[in-house]
Design a protein. Structure first.
Length: 81
């Protein structure tokens, strides 16, 4: 059960990301596309069961909307610049 990958960088810093590492059942899986912006949140609980709780992904909708609009703007040739 290794969480490390040999080559974690899979995209150019000068282009929109085309792949990303996702962790499914604690195993890294290379997926196509851009990773959705967001964060993981555990429920606030105390006691020994707190460590067993799954984390919930909370998307950052504004960031994802901005990313999509910038992608469309680039495809149109940067109008307004």
């Amino acid at each position: 059960m290794s969480l490390l990958v040999d080559n974690p960088i899979v995209n150019s810093p000068f282009e929109e990301p085309t792949h990303y590492w996702a962790y499914e059942e604690e195993q890294p899986v290379l997926k196509e596309g851009r990773r959705p912006a967001g964060y993981y949140l555990k429920a606030r609980t105390r006691g020994p069961q707190a460590a067993l709780l799954k984390e919930e992904f909370v998307p950052l909708e504004l960031v994802n909307t901005i990313r999509q609009r910038v992608k469309e703007w680039r495809k149109k040739g940067y109008p307004g610049v």
